[in-house]
Design a binder for this molecule. Sequence first.
Ligand SMILES: N[C@@H](CCC(=O)N[C@@H](CS)C(=O)NCC(=O)O)C(=O)O
Length: 195
Amino acid sequence: MGLKAKGISHKLKHAPPHSDEARSHHPFGRIPSLQHNGHELFESAAIVQYLDAVFSNHPLRPADVFGSARVTQFCSAVSDYIFNSVEHGVIKPRLKATEQKTSEDKIAQMLTEGVKKATEFLKALESCVDADGPFLLGKQLTWADLYLAPVLADLVATNERYIMDSVPKIQAWFARFRKEACFIETVDGTLAASL
Ligand SMILES: N[C@@H](CCC(=O)N[C@@H](CS)C(=O)NCC(=O)O)C(=O)O
């Protein structure tokens, strides 16, 4: 999504986490990884730092130091608190339980704590969102939007999408953001698209 938003021509190779392909570029077998000009990088923060420095066109962070640090702050909060509470606390357990044909009542009961934590963390993130938008941190599309969108795309594809009702600013932003070309053009092949 970042490469699309920055208008960088690229070849996207789909590789499920822990596949041989993912492992050949990422020592922990995760995604994403980036290959450019003979350099190979893994970890989103490193990839973002590299893209920002090498491709200064269509910057995805404000030029001022504080504004730029706020983007990093938001991305870090999404990578840690939001990713872990939503993906590991709600989505993965739901997928596992669904695979095991657990009843919907039992799944809802099993997810009570996870839903509570994810809601608490999303509410905390809501307090960091610019009220007027149209993007999460104001008038400019930034990495903040690109970090949060994939997690929420997964969440709204599950029965736990009601969590979004607790965060109206984020909910309204996501309804706008999912119409952006960089989102539409990259959703194929993701977990959200398969749910
Ligand atoms: N710290 C890594 C996290 C990467 C990550 O967890 N990616 C997910 C997909 S978005 C993954 O590969 N998950 C597989 C797993 O959890 O084993 C980063 O920021 O790049």
